[in-house]
Ligand binder design. Sequence first.
Ligand SMILES: Cc1cc2nc3c(=O)[nH]c(=O)nc-3n(C[C@H](O)[C@H](O)[C@H](O)COP(=O)(O)O)c2cc1C
Length: 180
Amino acid sequence: MDAISCIKTRRSVRRYTEEVITKEQFEQIVDSARYSPSWKNTQTIRYMLVTDRTLIDRIKDEALLGFEGNIKSLASTSSLVVLTQVNGRCGYERDGSFSTSKGTGWEMFDAGIAAQTFCLSAHEAGFGTCILGIFDDAKVGEILEVPEGQTVTCLIPMGRPKFVPDPVPRKEVADLVSYK
Ligand SMILES: Cc1cc2nc3c(=O)[nH]c(=O)nc-3n(C[C@H](O)[C@H](O)[C@H](O)COP(=O)(O)O)c2cc1C
């Protein structure tokens, strides 16, 4: 699939077949995602694959802030990818001070690039994904025993799509651009 087709045909997929992603398939996708650009090439994003049903159910029941849409997505998936961020490096100088006025903002910037690159690579491999932002990151970290010094940035349930959703509306280019 060429890059433009991959970008334009990716959808947020929220219902999956029961097929569990293998470690080999997961690592092939991460192999592409690791080429994401990052702050001073700090490469602070980590990718955890959770296939243990008990752990997925605990996150579903305890860490989704009661958001029904995400509860249904986790009930449907057999493969939950959890992106974490190594804290305190992206956006920082070596002496621990912030490099810019955006402070910690660059951490989520890098996480977003990595998440999209992961989702596009997964799409190219025939897997559907959905980036989830509505969850309790501390609770997910506790359930998964995420190493100290890392923060959960997003959840990405994935799997073979049960069906491919229709595209959602996009603003027109003219509404997005400006020139000076
Ligand atoms: C940072 C971020 C957080 C999101 N959080 C959620 C979420 O919690 N639950 C959900 O179902 N979709 C979530 N989405 C998916 C968006 O709703 C989706 O990308 C948007 O509606 C466009 O649809 P598309 O991805 O199919 O093009 C999130 C997307 C992003 C980028």
